[in-house]
Design a binder for this molecule. Structure first.
Ligand code: ADP
Ligand code: MG
Length: 399
């Protein structure tokens, strides 16, 4: 287990000021938050600290103001959403340091919650300027980081503060780090990695890290086409990065040496157009794809064989859909594999940790969000972790 302090390590906090980094960078549509998952995630931490009598100051970024104030990028835009999810009133504080913050802390009672303004209004945040972080730290007794999704950034509120105050992982951060550790840090073998999605180029570092760590690498999605092409398969009109076939071969060689079996599809779903239930839909062997056809999903035989691979594994880490899951029936392999992973997880034979923007949507579409072990909504931070990188926000918590 990675060593970091959690809220369990906090002593008496009554009347103390907690600076809590959260992710309130909510997706917006027509001026309103379209999804409150990020607020739901940090609810436990905020309420636990408030209920223990701390004065809780929420610290977050919102959009990309590039170091200057912007009224439409104020965290006050999401104050109402936070209040609704927490079912508490919170005080908006239009600064992150200085006399206004002091006065606000004076007004807040024990157990009250304040929302500081967008920390990226100040250039010192993204520059990780020591003086800026100190000016914020001056107001707090301790720091809690509950924003794993921002932990790949070495910014003042994600990294700098952790060195200036006693630092703790919040409950969401703790859950995330525990799940990630179980999946790739100290996993139970055999481990399978599923990597899919559109392009190899966006996931080269992920693939290179995984081949040295897992026993089975299952490649699907558009990127499988590049690997098939590298093996001499004519993928027709499929999405394929022909300039990366040498790289794909190098990854397969590295896998061979590391004792990692690479699984590529041997049957596929193809069509001539990118449309739902097209007339041209056909299931065929990878060697039978016509020059005008596109591979849009892993075929049913390969999907079944992949499910059998998962049955022999104890751990699964998954990023990227197996096909163009947004259009039917090219969601079939993704849904089938997701259901197998969920069933094995429920039986207790598999730990399944999944993440990635489109992957989250694909797993929700398959209806398995609550039955796999963990679904990370962290996006960039999740991918960097899959690349084997040290995340500065996590490293800072580890002292
Ligand atoms: P994530 O966001 O989970 O990391 P990616 O962004 O890498 O995933 O990839 C998701 C996209 O890949 C989806 O939009 C999906 O339609 C596309 N995709 C998957 N398989 C194929 C394929 N065979 N051809 C074209 N696009 C594909
Ligand atoms: Mg994506």
């Amino acid at each position: 287990m990675p060593n970091f302090k959690t809220l369990d390590d906090l002593g008496e906090v009554t009347g103390k000021v907690a600076l809590v980094r959260v992710d309130l960078n909510l997706p917006m549509a027509e001026g309103r938050a379209s999804d409150l998952t990020r607020v739901e995630m940090v609810k436990d931490t905020i309420l636990e600290l408030a209920d223990k009598g701390a004065k809780v100051l929420l610290l977050a970024h919102f959009g990309r103001p590039n170091g200057a104030r912007s009224s439409v990028l104020s965290t006050s835009m999401v104050q109402g959403d936070v209040e609704r999810v927490l079912d508490r009133e919170i005080m908006f504080i239009p600064e992150v340091s200085g006399p206004v913050v002091d006065q606000s802390i004076g007004i807040l009672g024990n157990g009250d919650i304040g929302l500081l303004d967008n920390v990226r209004f100040w250039p010192g945040e993204e520059a990780n300027d020591a003086a800026f972080a100190k000016s914020i730290a001056a107001h707090g007794d301790f720091y809690v980081n509950d924003a794993f999704s921002a932990a790949h950034r070495a910014h003042g509120s994600t990294e700098g503060l952790a060195h200036l105050l006693p630092a703790y992982a919040g409950r969401a951060m703790e859950r995330e780090l525990t799940a990630l550790d179980a999946a790739l840090g100290n996993p139970e073998a055999p481990v399978a990695a599923v990597v899919g999605g559109a392009k190899v180029s966006t996931k080269l570092a992920v693939l290179e890290n995984l081949v040295g760590k897992v026993q089975h690498l299952i490649i699907g999605g558009g990127m499988a086409n590049t690997f098939l092409a590298a093996r001499g398969v004519d993928v027709g009109n499929s999405l394929c990065e022909h300039d990366l076939t040498d790289t794909a071969n190098a990854i397969m060689d590295k896998a061979d040496h590391a004792g990692c079996t690479v699984h590529l599809p041997y049957d596929v779903a193809v069509a001539t157009e990118f449309a739902a239930n097209p007339q041209s839909l056909r299931i065929c062997n990878v060697h039978e794809v016509a020059s005008y056809e596109m591979i849009l999903d892993v075929g049913p035989l390969a999907a079944e064989a992949l499910a059998d691979v998962l049955k022999t594994c104890r751990t699964l880490v998954w990023n990227g859909p197996m096909g163009a899951f947004e259009i039917e029936p090219f969601d079939a392999a993704t849904v089938a594999l997701a259901k197998t992973a969920a069933a094995l997880t429920q039986e207790g034979s598999l730990i399944s940790v999944c993440g990635g923007g489109d992957t989250v949507a694909a797993l929700a579409h398959a209806g398995v969000t609550d039955t796999v072990t963990y679904v990370s909504s962290a996006g960039g931070a999740f991918l960097e972790w899959m690349e084997g990188k040290t995340l500065p926000g996590v490293a800072a918590l580890q002292g």
